[in-house]
Design a protein around this ligand. Structure first.
Ligand code: SF4
Length: 353
């Protein structure tokens, strides 16, 4: 598979699956845009899509590209002038919507993109499909969406341009999965951005996105992801890493194992987790942390955990790889846990007892 490079961020080939998000603030609010981009970078966002709907905001976009710590992808939708304007000010990647750009304009875009090593994402959604494509696909929406992407793809490739990421999204999970799987068979050499568009909010949105994204990743399809939520963008990034960790594709953050609790519980896991959570960032990426309701089954059920915390009579016991290494009374948890986590990250947690 080809690998593209957006200002040093590699996508495709042997690069890890990347996590993206999108600014949810208009470019006119320059200060807030920069601050959101920095927050997202802190969360682990690796590529930031920014709506560039109007040439009047070219200056704001230019300053954001310069000040942001992660690469920007300008979303120009269907306006070739905005594509040219974004590239002229040094934008390293643009997203275009297929089917809306005349061939003459596409030639200009490709010429400038080739000269400046700009990556073009073909980003299609259900709205990109026209009546003719739907007819050609015998009414099958997934195939029609793949056709819409394919036609744009052929236009770019016929102009000798290959610095491309493909993307096709719908708000329907099955439709998206079947369309993207088809595209990956047709164009196996090109990196793919995946996600479920307009997935919703909260748990419903996260579940819908996770199902769609995971079904594709499990087949080895997908090089960058976005969990599209009606929520703050930081949540999109966190959800993205949760999905990738669940599939052992990225290690950022900790892998939390917690028991559902049952009648044996000595510790209410639901209540203890919010107390522990502020200290998770003290642990190295990839740490497996188990929080279990009792010391009877907890350590056995999570014997492989790097750190296990299990409820016991009057407090908690702490274990590592199934072996007891410490513990404290309930009331000491807020002071004991940060010390334990720091000691673990410095490699001396076994001395915590
Ligand atoms: S760890 Fe203990 S409390 Fe939690 S589910 Fe297992 S037996 Fe029940």
């Amino acid at each position: 598979m080809r690998q593209v490079d957006i200002n040093g961020l590699t996508i495709g080939g042997n690069a890890p699956v990347r996590v993206e998000s999108m600014l949810k603030i208009p470019l006119s609010n320059e200060e807030a845009c920069l601050s959101q981009s920095l927050e997202l970078a802190k969360e682990g966002c690796e590529l930031l899509r920014v709506a560039f709907p109007d040439i009047r905001f070219q200056g704001e976009l230019a300053r954001l590209i310069k000040a942001a710590t992660i690469p920007i992808m300008a979303d120009i939708h269907f306006d070739p002038l905005l594509a040219m304007a974004a590239m002229e000010i040094g934008c390293p990647s643009i997203r275009i919507n297929p089917g809306n750009i005349p061939l003459r304009s596409l030639r200009d875009i490709v010429a400038l993109a080739s000269e400046r090593n700009v990556v073009i994402r073909i980003g299609a959604n259900s709205g990109s499909v026209n009546e003719r494509q739907l007819r050609d696909a015998s009414g099958d929406r997934a195939s029609a969406l793949a056709l819409a992407v394919g036609e744009q793809m052929e236009s770019l490739v016929s102009l000798g341009f290959h610095n491309i990421i493909l993307s096709a999204k719908s708000s329907a999970v099955r439709e998206t999965v079947s369309c993207v799987a088809l595209l990956s068979r047709l164009y196996p050499d090109y990196p793919m951005h995946i996600g479920i568009t307009e997935a919703g909010a909260g748990m419903g949105g996260i579940v819908k996105s996770s199902v769609g994204i995971a079904l594709l990743l499990a087949q080895g399809i997908g090089n960058t992801i976005r969990v599209s939520l009606s929520e703050p963008p930081e949540m999109e990034v966190r959800a993205g890493y949760h999905i990738l960790r669940s599939l052992d594709l990225r290690k950022r953050g900790i892998n939390l194992i917690s028991c559902p609790t049952c009648g044996r519980k000595r510790l209410d896991v639901r209540l203890i987790l919010p107390i522990l959570e502020p200290y998770f960032s003290l642990l190295p990426d990839g740490t497996e942390l188990a929080v279990m309701g009792c010391e009877v089954n907890g350590p056995r059920e999570a014997a492989h955990a790097d750190i296990g915390i299990a409820g016991s009579q009057g407090g908690v016991v702490v274990f590592s790889k199934g072996k007891r290494i410490g513990g404290c009374a309930f009331e000491d948890i807020p002071t004991y846990i940060p010390v334990l986590f720091r000691a673990f990250s410095e490699g001396c947690a076994t001395k915590c007892d």
